[in-house]
Design a protein around this ligand. Structure first.
Ligand SMILES: NC(=O)c1ccc[n+]([C@@H]2O[C@H](COP(=O)([O-])OP(=O)(O)OC[C@H]3O[C@@H](n4cnc5c(N)ncnc54)[C@H](OP(=O)(O)O)[C@@H]3O)[C@@H](O)[C@H]2O)c1
Length: 336
């Protein structure tokens, strides 16, 4: 890569099914000069998230869709290389919306990026995963909305993924029985043997509904929902009276373009408290969560799992790993 260029993925077209390279223009732009109150940031890690697919679409969503011609939105971590701001010093590691590009500008204003502590005792990419936005999603979704009590059964779908793997581990810390749903025997073995889940259900096996019943003999008190569709419906059918269901995501529907439907009858009959949330709802309490997550991580109670893909140029193909189940833990691109 030439030091004089800023490679960028610009959104060219909105996908109708899977994300393809043809939905982007991959261009060389000039590295921007930081203006007053700004800093130039070299992107180190890019976070790939199911929500990238949502942002590329024009479906009803929680942020404006990425505009055609705009740099693809994405979270990431970078290092400040030049600064005209008192907030950012060269060498600082910063976290925020870097976009799918080599360099971005950190601004003191609306697009402010968080400066990570200089003496961080945690690998950088962990701050995108278990101790960062991913972990915060699991933390507030489970503890605030799921309100698990010791001895209760907590179920989480996409359990070997970034959010799911943290949800299960926090639920274990709370003293719950934890059941994860994941695709394939390898992932199921991983969440039980490496992450300490009590049981796993392989939804790719023909007998997955029987596995679900066997794994939840006392029903389900909290369903941390990541997937939607028929898995969600089967889980809701096993929920206990007054169960709680933090609705974090419905990844099974993101590529379809169809409305994500669900049967409401179990919500009524079992009086389930379903609550959708976006991690940014808890923005003012991020420090509380990241402090606790980092403490658990350093105490060895919380493992950070990740799948690292090399090179910014890989991003359009790599993001599909999330939809194909090709990642274990947090999916990141190592940009530089
Ligand atoms: N509300 C929020 O603020 C927030 C924040 C972050 C993430 N989320 C949501 O949380 C969920 C997980 O996100 P993540 O970043 O942690 O991703 P992830 O779990 O690391 O990756 C996605 C995983 O979903 C599973 N999956 C994909 N398609 C599936 C399908 N059709 N049926 C069943 N499982 C499927 C795959 O695992 P298998 O191999 O097991 O199939 C894949 O590895 C997503 O729904 C995402 O939108 C929400």
């Amino acid at each position: 890569m030439s030091a004089l260029q800023n490679r960028q993925f610009l959104l060219k077209a909105r996908p109708e099914g899977r994300i393809e390279r043809s939905h982007f223009d991959f261009v060389d732009a000039t590295i921007p000069e930081p203006g007053p109150g700004q800093a130039l940031v070299r992107v180190l890690y890019l976070s790939l998230d199911p929500t990238n697919r949502i942002w590329m679409s024009d479906m009803d969503q929680y942020m404006p869709p990425v505009a055609i011609g705009e740099v693809m939105r994405g979270g990431g971590i970078g290092v400040v290389v030049k600064s005209s701001s008192s907030l950012y010093q060269p060498g600082d590691h910063v976290l925020g919306l870097t976009g799918w590009q080599d360099y971005c500008l950190a601004d003191e204003g609306a697009n402010a990026m968080s400066v990570l502590p200089a003496d961080l005792p945690i690998p950088l990419s962990t701050m995108l995963g278990a101790c960062g936005m991913t972990g915060v999603t699991a933390y507030f979704g489970l503890l605030e909305l799921g309100r698990p009590q010791s001895g209760e059964t907590v179920l989480v779908s996409a359990a070997a993924g970034a959010v799911g793997s943290v949800v299960g581990q926090i639920a274990k810390i709370q003293g719950c029985r934890v059941v994860g749903i994941a695709g394939g025997t390898g992932k199921c073995r991983h969440i039980v043997e490496d992450l300490g889940f009590d049981a796993a259900v392989d939804y790719k096996a023909p007998d997955w509904r029987q596995q679900l019943a066997a794994a939840t003999p006392d029903g389900i008190d909290v369903n941390f929902e990541n997937v939607g569709g028929e898995i969600m419906e089967a889980v809701m059918g096993r929920m206990n009276l007054f169960g709680r269901m933090p609705l974090c995501g419905m990844i099974s529907g993101y590529n379809s373009g169809e409305p994500m439907r669900a049967d409401f009858a179990p919500i009524l009959m079992r009086r389930i408290a379903v609550r959708g949330f976006i991690v940014s709802d808890f923005m003012d309490r991020f420090t509380e969560a990241t402090t606790q997550l980092a403490t658990w991580y350093l105490e060895g109670k919380l493992k950070h799992e990740e799948t690292v893909i090399e090179g910014l140029e890989s991003a359009p193909e790599a993001v599909n790993l999330l939809f194909d189940g090709g990642n274990v833990g947090k999916l990141v691109v190592k940009v530089s």
